[in-house]
Structure formats: C-alpha cells, structure tokens
Design a protein around this ligand. Structure first.
Ligand code: HH2
Length: 273
C-alpha cells in the first residue's frame, strides 16, 4: 500500500504520474505550460488520459538549470496546485525547498517529490507530520553541475546505500513506511552506463520500498535512439513497460495516454501466458 495524502494506492497495478512542468526551461516541455491556466488545462488532460498522480514542478532540474528563488517557485506552483486540487488525481509537488513543501502540503498536496531526498535543512521536518506520500530520489551532486563528471565505484551499491540511509532518516523522524517510495534518479549525476546499470538492477531497489522510475524523454533515451527530445515518446513508452516488468510501482511520464495503452496491453497479454 502507498499512502499518498487523500489517496491510498493498493499498488496492485502500476501507477502513472503525469508531469506538469510550470517552468520556462524544462528540458522537454519548457515554456509550454508556464502560465497557470495552461498548466491546469494540461493537468486536466493528463488526468483524463488516466494519470493517477500529477507531479507539479516549478524549478527545472535539467543539467545546468538555473536555481529559482522560493518565492518564484511558489508563484509558479501554488495556483496550479489550487486549480487541480479536486481533479481526481493525487497531487505531487516536485521541489527541493522546505518552504515550498510546507506551503504545498498546507494547501492540500498529497505528495512531495524531492530530487534532493529531503537533505535540505528543515526538509525532513517539513514533511514528517501528516500522511503525504514522499519520493526519495538519488542524485549525485546538484543540478547545475551534476553531469560534469559523474563517478561511482559501484553505482548500484552506492545508490542503494544512499536510499537506504535516507529512508532510515525519514523513519527515525516518524515517517511511516507506507508513505515512502524510492527512485534511483535516472540522469541525475549519471552517465549512460550508470543509468543502464541501475535500470538492469531495479529489482534490487524493489525490496527497499515501492520504486518510482522517471526516464521519460530523457537524454539516455536520446543516446540509445539518436532521437531529439520531441521524438522520444516511443522509446519512453518501451522503457516504461520494461520498468514495470522489473517491478516499478510508479512511472513518471510526459506521455500519459501512450504509457497507459502500453501498460494495459502488456498486462492483458501477460495475463494470458
Ligand atoms: N526527473 C526530473 C524531475 N523530477 N523526480 C523524480 N522523482 N524522478 C525523476 O526522474 C525526475 C524527477 C527531470 O525531468 P523533467 O521534470 O521532465 O524536466 P525538468 O527537471 O527540466 O523540469
């Protein structure tokens, strides 16, 4: 079971988290939904297409991205959160900032997705109370510089150890296990080889907590296919199905309808075997 604010997901089927970037500079859809009205109508469309969770982000984490101030992030995220509050999907806020976490939870957000794994001062305290879902992601370095020279001795062991330590920190702050999901953080301080090793070892993470996978339209798929970002949907859908096969519980995707179709077909054909 995954406890996610107003929602309790049984995890008897993969969940789809649709991405809403309210940013001018996100790598694949930057600038497309940067007015609140556009972001809200995009969210409603993703919900109609079947998204279980909508992930609202007001700061791009693409390699080299410029950090934004807390106020700027709040101004981007809060109107969208309020506009989608009763759309029928759980609402997640993608943020590294404790002040944004607190404001979003107070306004009714169901989940906090922190690519920094709640390491900022005050982040654990900001989310410890209540019943919100929490995504704990691995990142080496910080977005501005993380792709400069990623290095690991053993990437899978190091990512597992990091996530285990962050889960322990959250448990000891009183966070129930049912609230937590982990994410190896594809593309966050990782080369293609690191990403491939982690993808092949998703099964190692599944024992720790439900696993969220975010590979949608990312550059690792560009490297594998030679496609520009606006032509990576088929590769993203293929990777989503493989992630589910390896035990992923939640898929963070831009293309909700296509991902839902692929999962439904995979499940129906799989059940016939
Ligand atoms: N990837 C991105 C942002 N947030 N959160 C989790 N848990 N896992 C991910 O893999 C992940 C994430 C980057 O993708 P996107 O939101 O499309 O772009 P940007 O950060 O440029 O807004």
């Amino acid at each position: 079971m995954f406890l996610c604010g107003r929602y309790r997901f049984a995890l008897d089927r993969p969940l789809v988290m649709g991405i809403i970037n309210v940013t001018p500079d996100s790598f694949s859809d930057g600038g497309r939904h940067d007015s609140a009205a556009a972001a809200i109508s995009h969210g409603l469309r993703l919900r109609e297409e079947g998204a279980d969770i909508l992930d609202i982000g007001g700061e791009s984490t693409r390699p080299g991205a410029r950090p934004v101030s807390g106020q700027e992030e709040l101004d981007r995220v809060m109107p969208v959160l309020e506009g989608l509050l009763h759309c029928g999907a759980a609402l997640s806020v993608d943020t590294m900032k404790p002040a944004v976490m607190r404001a979003a939870l107070a306004a009714g957000a169901d989940m906090v997705n922190d690519v920094n794994a709640f390491r900022a001062e005050g982040a654990v305290e900001a989310v410890a109370g209540g019943e919100s879902g929490l995504c704990v992601m691995h990142m080496q370095g910080e977005p501005r510089t993380m792709q400069a020279a990623p290095h690991y001795g053993n990437v899978v062991a190091e990512v597992c150890a990091f996530l285990g330590a962050r889960l322990a920190a959250l448990h000891s702050a009183g966070v129930a296990r049912e609230r937590l999901v982990v994410d190896p953080g594809f593309g966050f301080g990782k080369t293609l080889e690191h990403n491939l090793a982690l993808f092949k070892s998703l099964g190692d993470l599944v024992d720790m907590a439900p696993v969220l996978v975010g590979v949608s339209r990312k550059s690792m798929l560009g490297l594998l296919t030679g496609r520009d970002v606006d032509r990576r949907m088929p590769a993203s859908v293929a990777a989503a199905v493989l992630a589910v096969q390896r035990g992923a519980a939640i898929l963070r995707v831009h293309d909700v309808a296509e991902t839902m179709d692929a999962i439904n077909v995979w499940q129906a054909l799989g059940e016939q075997q």
